[in-house]
Design a protein around this ligand. Structure first.
Ligand code: 4LI
Ligand code: NI
Length: 188
């Protein structure tokens, strides 16, 4: 299983590389990695497992964060309503590509965190409010998905990792907490 020891931290050169396209069908090695990454997210969100293995909670992880420079990521966004066990969005995205997006931007009210960043970096991280993303799943099936809100933000954060971009690269260094024009705050 993947634990925090497998996750590389800022300063590691792999986090700044452009990850390579994944060839389909996936090798058995990459199938295992993809399954392990999704399981890591589920484990990190389970209070007992997270405490036992000292996992930090996450809703997204990209292969470069486990030092594999391939265009593959996992997302597991739990349902916002307590009653439902159906996640809002969950899966492995291979060679993901944003094919269109809204002009309207949004951001998380409390900023973004990252499993590869062991500090708080305050600031507005502008993201597209809605995206249409094309990707392949573990079985090599092509998907086209329209996402909004939190899942859209998470997928953009993880696709950034495939391109060597860290969330704080998108914070205005002059005025980190100022809300630029055309950006709303998610949930407000
Ligand atoms: C434990 C169990 C407050 C502070 C609120 C934790 C289950 C921050 C938010 C979680 C913040 C779960 C998250 C992300 C933020 C903050 C990611 C806790 C896991 C909240 C996910 C990729 C940015 C994603 C909303 C500096 C590791 N995740 N919080 N940002 N949660 N989580 N990001 N921001 N301020 N990062 O971190 O997975 S996109 Cl579900
Ligand atoms: Ni990250």
């Amino acid at each position: 299983m993947i634990t925090m020891d497998d996750i590389i931290r800022e300063g590691h050169p792999t986090l700044r590389k452009i990850a390579k396209d994944v060839k389909l069908p996936l090798t058995q090695e990459l199938v295992q990695l993809a399954e392990d990454m999704l399981q890591f997210l589920k484990n990190s969100q389970d209070p007992e497992i997270a405490e036992k293995f000292e996992l930090r909670g996450g809703v997204g992880i990209a292969a470069p964060q486990v030092n594999v420079s391939s265009r593959l990521l996992a997302v597991h966004v739990p349902s916002s309503d307590e009653e439902s066990d159906e996640p809002e969005f969950s899966g492995v995205l291979i060679n993901p590509k944003i094919i269109s997006h809204s002009v309207q931007q949004t951001c998380l009210p409390d900023g973004e965190g990252c499993l590869s960043v062991d500090r708080e970096v305050p600031g507005i991280v502008p993201r597209h409010k809605r995206i249409t993303v094309e990707y392949y799943d573990i079985d090599g099936i092509k998907h086209k998905e329209r996402l909004r809100g939190y899942p859209a933000i998470v997928v953009q954060h993880e696709i950034d990792h495939l391109n060597g971009i860290m969330f704080y690269d998108r914070i205005d260094p002059e005025n980190p907490l100022a809300l630029p024009d055309g950006i709303d705050i998610l949930g407000a």
